[in-house]
Each structure stands twice: as C-alpha cells, then as structure tokens.
Design a protein around this ligand. Structure first.
Ligand SMILES: Nc1ncnc2c1ncn2[C@@H]1O[C@H](COP(=O)(O)OP(=O)(O)OP(=O)(O)O)[C@@H](O)[C@H]1O
Ligand SMILES: [Mg+2]
Length: 231
C-alpha cells in the first residue's frame, strides 16, 4: 500500500445464502481510499452499499478478497482483532444516531472513551465539541437538541477516539439543505486534518460535492464512463 492509502479493497466479495439462493451482495469490488479523501458511495437499493460499509467498518467479514486497513489485511482477523482495528481507525455515524436521550450532549460524546476504558480528557472532549460547532450546548440533554445538532453530537462521538476513517451511512436522510451543507463543510474541515470520510447516500447532490463517487450496482462498481451520475 502507498504511504497515504488508509484503506484498500481488492476483489472484495460478500455472498449471502438465502435458502437455496446465493445473493452476491458484493461481487468483486476494487478501490483504495487515501488520507483526507471524501468518498461518496451511491447506488440503488440493494446494490450493496450497507454491505460494503459493514465490511470496511469491520462489523462483518468478506466471503473472499482482500481488505487492507492501516496496512493490515483484516480479512481473516478474529473478532478481538477487528474490535481493536475499529477502535484505532474507525468512527461511525449511524443513520439513527443512537444517542442516549437523557444524557447531556457532552456525556454522549464521552461514551466511546468509557467503552474503550480510556481516560476522560476534558480538553479533548471540548475540542471535539467545538470542531462540530456545538460549543455552549454541552449541558443540554440529547433529546432536546434539533436533528442537525443531534447529528453533530453523533459526529463528535465518532471523532472522540481520533479515527483515521469516518464512516457515515445515509447521514443526510432527514436533514434540511442548510444542515446538509453545514455537514459537508464539517467533513471538508475533517478531511483537511487528514481524516478520510466515507459516506453512503441516496442524496446525489451531496455525492456530487464529495471528492469522489463510487457508484455501486448489483454488488459491482460501475466505471465512471458508464455511470449515469456523470451525464
Ligand atoms: N444478512 C443478509 N442475508 C441475506 N441477504 C442479505 C443480507 N444483507 C443484505 N442482503 C442482500 O444483499 C444485497 C445488498 O444489500 P445492501 O443492504 O448492502 O444494499 P444497500 O445498497 O445498502 O440498499 P439500501 O439502499 O436499500 O440501503 C441485497 O440484495 C440484500 O437483500
Ligand atoms: Mg443500505
């Protein structure tokens, strides 16, 4: 792997069996993500986006192929090794955010540190909260925040372990255009700090503003020349 490549997939496949049928959810996918790149992954429902996100998040393992993260081939890693890779390299933003409603914003951000048994460093937490633009809202319970602010908390929480790769599944599902643009601006700031951002989305305007688009269909990447997204 080149020096600034954080993730590389080669002939990556994920097959599921459903009864007697084999579902080729991912059918030989090749790509690499460099440090600080913002990559959008688009494609119709069932094209394999979530499957791919789950693999690169180390939440699932491929049927075959190679997946290199931070210089290690994680394909045959045991669960304990996958957990270590997740903690070291990856921050996730789930579509539903999964905040704990009655905890303060700041307490939601601290959760991954508690899970990882890392010290609660106030300065670090406040810095992350500032990065996502939530300074002053630390002591508001999560349930009282707007959708956009909830998302910022989810991003702050994803950033607290200082990941190299930030992975977001459908981050703009329910957000207004203004919030989407703010989100994109935040992703750009993060990318300037060397964090790579990987976004699965149905929002083609968001995708168009990413540095690069990966277009999936039937578990395969459609080459740029053949993708309708560029015409
Ligand atoms: N656990 C599973 N068992 C069997 N088939 C599965 C499983 N998970 C996904 N699939 C199938 O794999 C294919 C890809 O699904 P995936 O969820 O990755 O698509 P997607 O692009 O994320 O779709 P959407 O846009 O609807 O979220 C689909 O045909 C789906 O039915
Ligand atoms: Mg999906």
């Amino acid at each position: 792997m080149g020096d600034n490549i954080v993730l590389e997939a080669k002939e990556l496949k994920k097959y599921y069996t459903r009864g007697s049928e084999t579902v080729k959810a991912l059918d030989g996918v090749d790509f690499a993500i460099s440090q600080g790149e913002i990559v959008a992954i688009v494609g119709p429902s069932g094209s394999g986006k979530t499957t791919l996100m789950n693999l690169i998040s180390c939440l699932d393992t491929p049927t075959s192929g190679v997946l290199n993260i931070g210089g290690a081939d994680v394909t045959h890693f045991k669960e304990s090794q996958l957990i270590a890779i997740r903690r070291k390299y990856i921050g996730f933003i789930f579509q539903q955010f999964y905040l704990i409603p009655n905890l303060f914003a700041v307490e939601n951000v601290e959760l991954p540190l508690i899970f990882a048994k890392k010290p609660i460093n106030r300065d670090k937490i406040l810095k992350v909260i500032e990065t996502v633009g939530l300074k002053g809202k630390e002591r508001i319970p999560a349930y009282m925040l707007s959708g956009g602010d909830k998302q910022r908390i989810a991003i702050a929480r994803a950033l607290i372990n200082e990941p190299k790769l930030l992975i977001a599944d459908e981050p703009t599902g329910k957000l207004e255009i203004k919030v989407r643009d703010q989100l994109l601006e935040l992703f750009r700031q993060l990318s300037k700090k060397g964090i790579s951002v990987f976004i699965a989305t149905h929002d083609l305007e968001l995708a168009a503003k990413a540095g690069r688009i990966i277009h999936l269909q039937d578990g395969k990447i459609i080459p740029k020349e053949q993708s309708s997204l560029y015409h």
